[in-house]
Ligand binder design. Structure first.
Ligand code: PNS
Length: 169
């Protein structure tokens, strides 16, 4: 009997912080892959400043998937294709929220495939409730005292409140 090789997908991103949209995407991916590596891109790799440290983001992601052994969270530095090769993972998952995401995502997918021809990118549509959601908007709204409780899980909300004070987020 031939053994089926486990399908591992990498879900890369900033996750600053993880939102309900990200969580939804991971759970959707788990319907057809054996495990998902949620890979937080290191700041030096991304050339942009973040709000939460990489360690804090990883801790929040791990709390989101504390009930799910098939999800691991890790950071990576450098090219995504190099990280994927190290992990022996040939599948990237990314969310496509709207047409505005398409150009950037399509360019990244084709560039990654140019760098490693065996790497495929699979785009998933999030739940319609989260199509307008982005971590950058969550950060901005929380920092200005808006209510983001419908957009992030309770532990992420608590982290935002700790950052901005209880009158905020
Ligand atoms: O959540 P984001 O910020 O849209 O994620 C972007 C991310 C981390 C997926 C992208 O910047 C990335 O893959 N960075 C790693 C460096 C790399 O491989 N760059 C070339 C991409 S074609």
């Amino acid at each position: 009997m031939s053994e089926r090789t486990a399908t591992v997908a990498i879900y890369p991103g900033s996750f600053d912080p993880i939102t309900k949209g990200h969580e939804d995407l991971v759970r959707r991916a788990l319907h057809f892959v054996d495990s998902v590596i949620v890979a937080v891109a290191h700041r030096r790799t991304q050339h942009k400043d973040g709000m939460f440290s990489i360690g804090e983001r990883l801790a929040l992601i791990r709390q989101s998937f504390a009930d799910e052994k098939r999800v691991v969270a890790t950071e990576f530095e450098g090219l995504l294709v190099d990280f994927a090769r190290q992990q022996d993972a040939r599948l990237i998952v990314r969310g496509l929220r709207a047409v505005t995401d398409f150009e950037y995502e399509f360019q990244m997918a084709l560039m990654n495939r140019q760098l490693w021809s065996e790497l495929e990118t699979l785009f998933l549509a999030p739940d319609a409730r989260y199509t307008f959601l982005s971590a950058s908007l969550v950060r901005e709204i929380a920092s200005l005292g808006g209510d983001v409780s419908a957009l992030v899980s309770p532990h992420v909300l608590a982290a935002l409140r700790a950052r901005f004070g209880s009158r905020h987020a």
